[in-house]
Design a protein around this ligand. Sequence first.
Ligand code: GAR
Length: 201
Amino acid sequence: MRIVVLASGRGSNLQAIIDSVKKGALEVEIGAVVSDKGSAQALERAVKNNIPTRILPAENYTTRAEYDRALAQLITGLNADLVVLAGFMRLLGNDFISKFPNRIINIHPSLLPAFPGLDAQKQAVEYGAKVSGCTVHFVDEGMDTGPIIAQKCVPVIEGDTTETLSARILQEEHRLYAAVLALLGKGLIETDGRKVTIKRS
Ligand code: GAR
């Protein structure tokens, strides 16, 4: 399975995927890393690991639809079986999503459908949730609304700040994303509308 990773920032989830591939725990080819931000640390991580990079800055496009079409063209040219969003902080519209049905996945730092959108960990702390976590899901046109593939719970501990909770969730994100990619790579994930099931190998 050939994946293209889209990232806007730090790229620690990208790094976890790279490390899993290097360890031999995950058999995927990372065809390229694409970012909307030239300064993204994710791009440096890709370069260090000899992964091709592409930058598609949002400023170069006047509308979201235009951006989405350019991104779709870029990804199509990269021959990706799967588009992996790893901290890609742009909402993708139908002009992009319709081109890759059930072939775009995202990781989000909460137990969806709770706390979608930005600053999910801050939302959980401020809400007073006792448990949060992370979710890997297929991407649809909504904000973090696509069919859920896998989730991992993380307790919210008394005295947690956004930073301490984020760090604890991030550790689980790294494990969960690599595990889901391994299942997808082996063809063990089946979808039926919103229901996603893992075939037992
Ligand atoms: C991760 O926590 C990811 O779940 C989150 O951004 C962070 C990226 O970190 N994504 C979202 O909030 C998407 N709605 P990373 O760049 O170190 O992988």
